[in-house]
Design a protein around this ligand. Sequence first.
Ligand SMILES: [Cu+2]
Length: 162
Amino acid sequence: MRTSRSQSIFRIALGCSAILVSVVGCSRAPEAPPKAVAVQADDKMRFDMTAFEAKPGQKISVTLKNVGTTPKLSMGHNFVMLDRTVNEQNVTKFLDAASTEASHDYVPPTSKEVLAHTKLLGPGETDTVTFTAPYVPGDYLYLCSFPGHYSQGTKGIMTVKQ
Ligand SMILES: [Cu+2]
């Protein structure tokens, strides 16, 4: 009696440790669940979401909504995620290049700094862009590249950290 009982306890203990091993194995390569981020842009040229965090390699879905009423030609908004070579000190260079690209939604088609972007949205429109957060921790600037909007407040920082 006693022997068989201790054997079954032993088996349970074995089973638990097997689960433990597999959990530890999984946590070695943690995969953060996808993250959805909602950003609104308005006629005052502001983003309502000016900062969010991401894990390295996390799938991020950004949904931009233009909640303004002014026509797209004079008040369109997009969401452009930039890499770490662009920051608040040198962003003018990127914005200058973007300002001549009206036919490409103000996103220079050959730009290597653009990690992801939505299309340019008119009033009431929504667009979602999905991308993988960079593996290098740090601050990543995002903005609307419609001429003049960045300086008014359509900008924010995605902070990548473990
Ligand atoms: Cu804008």
